[in-house]
Design a protein around this ligand. Structure first.
Ligand code: SIN
Length: 477
């Protein structure tokens, strides 16, 4: 494709570097080759760690306002290159162009937010317990950070790690997903234009297991931020133990989407469409199980299924498409097996679930009703355009069903009852709860989960804490 920001080399220590071996990057809509990126060896990963280590003192010592100015230039460049970034993103990831544009704006909003927060990284003066001593708390950058990011949001998940890292005064090595490295490299090209100094931001590509092992084993890397599956998150957690790294883990979810009898039906349907089918169901905060109370169940299923049937499916670069292709064949096979498992166990397919004729991995969005907790689609994170509907009678049943999962990232509920809005929010085991809304992602709010969904929070004023250490100073007067 013709895009000046489509870089096919890695960015290490401020220079663009190729390697002897290459990885192909293909469009998930048709498997067309978009380009290649280096399959780096261990020595190159260590060059990136060294570059980040060398750049650290010079970057950390800059004023917060100075670092913020660089980030604001990057923010401006992202917005002025929005169309090009969005077409690179859609080409490598598959999502509809409108969603890709939203993702670039969403990613840029993290850069802007943390540029502003950099200037508010206040320390503390603690009233001293002794008359002859004063007590202060300083906030300092953690040091060299490694970030491992997923393919489902190839721009925003990187932006929300590099922004707080750079704002705090850390340097960073980013390892993007193998399927979607071009959005990361495009961001590095813009960071270079924005004046991010050499070594402050490095992007490495190649074998995930090798790169993960080298980054986590290095004593120079003081923090790892990972977004991805709980299985890989647990592995990285273990790998970080010997060097006691600070960790941010944003892992899998299994979000309940609860519709009570007193809900506004139209709002609940619109919320479920937004929460379920964004990025073809491939987000960790997607509604995974739709729990509907007896009194509204049949009306909700009918209205929701009609809305789902109206969603245009196709290539992300075609006008009007709302549901693009799945990322790869494994994801497509998994969707088919989840539907087959549910049907075998007695669920009913109300809409969709078919591969588009002639397409590699595009599916009409599916709705299942009569789903039970025993079915795989209720137990596992679906990560595909499949909406399983379960029925419940009482509020207590909804809470029990909703919390019956080891995951705890997002939850949604629709009810007009104000007391129930608070009661449910307090009872749900999740890091984020959407009440009468299916959209909960923003740079200004803490993003993260409880239970097996991870550690730490990204975004908001708390997001900077994960990249800073507290240092206590006792001063004898
Ligand atoms: C994710 O799926 O990992 C992130 C989704 C979001 O930020 O809304």
């Amino acid at each position: 494709m013709d895009a000046p920001l489509l870089r096919q080399e890695c960015f290490i220590g401020g220079t663009w570097q190729s390697g002897p071996d290459q990885l192909d990057v293909c469009n998930p809509a048709d498997d067309a080759l978009l380009g290649t990126v280096p399959l780096l060896d261990k020595a190159s990963i260590h060059r990136a760690i060294d570059a980040a280590e060398q750049a650290l003192p010079g970057w950390a010592v800059r004023t917060a306002a100075d670092r913020a100015a660089v980030l604001m230039r990057l923010h401006g460049l992202m917005l002025s290159h929005l169309e090009e970034l969005a077409s690179i993103l859609t080409a490598e990831q598959g999502k509809p162009l409108a969603e890709a544009r939203d993702e670039i704006r969403y990613g840029a909003s993290y850069i802007e937010w943390f540029a502003e927060e950099a200037k508010r990284a206040y320390g503390e003066i603690i009233p001293s317990p002794a008359a002859d001593r004063r007590l202060f708390v300083l906030r300092q950058p953690v040091g060299v950070v490694a970030a491992i990011t997923p393919w489902n949001f190839p721009c925003a998940m990187i932006a929300r790690k590099i922004a707080p890292a750079l704002a705090a005064g850390c340097t960073i090595i980013v390892k993007p997903a193998e399927q979607t490295p071009f959005s990361a490299l495009a961001l590095a090209a813009l960071a270079e234009q924005a004046g991010v100094p050499p070594g402050v931001l490095n992007v490495v590509t190649g074998d995930a297991a090798m790169i993960g092992a080298e980054l986590t084993a290095s004593p120079v890397v003081r923090k790892l931020s990972f977004t991805g599956s709980t299985r890989i998150g647990a592995l990285l957690y273990e790998q970080c133990a010997p060097t006691i790294k600070k960790l941010s883990l944003e892992l899998g979810g299994n979000a309940p989407f609860i519709v009570f009898d007193d809900a506004d039906l139209d709002a609940a349907v619109a919320g479920a469409i937004a929460a379920k089918f964004r990025n073809a169901g491939q987000t960790c905060v997607c509604a995974n199980r739709i729990l509907v109370q007896d009194g509204i169940h049949d009306r909700f299923v009918a209205a929701f299924a009609d809305a789902v049937r109206a969603l245009p499916v196709g290539r992300g670069d075609c006008d009007g498409v709302r549901v693009g292709p799945l990322i790869d064949d494994r994801a497509a096979a998994r969707l088919e097996s989840l539907i087959a498992d549910a049907l075998e166990q007695g669920a009913e397919l109300v809409a969709g679930g078919e591969r588009l004729p002639g397409s590699l991995r595009m599916f009409t969005p599916a709705v299942l009703q009569g789903v039970t907790s025993k079915m795989l689609c209720a137990q596992d994170e679906i990560f595909a355009p499949l909406a399983p509907i379960m029925r419940f009678a009482r509020e207590a049943d909804a809470i029990a069903l909703a919390n019956d999962t080891p995951a705890g990232l997002a939850a949604y509920l629709f009810t007009r009852d104000a007391a129930r809005q608070w009661r449910m929010t307090e009872a749900l085991e999740a890091g984020m709860v959407g009440v009468n809304t299916g959209a909960i992602s923003s740079a200004v709010s803490p993003f993260g989960g409880v239970k097996l969904s991870g550690l730490g929070r990204e975004g908001s004023r708390h997001g900077l804490d994960d990249y800073m250490e507290l240092k206590t100073m006792w001063l004898a007067a």
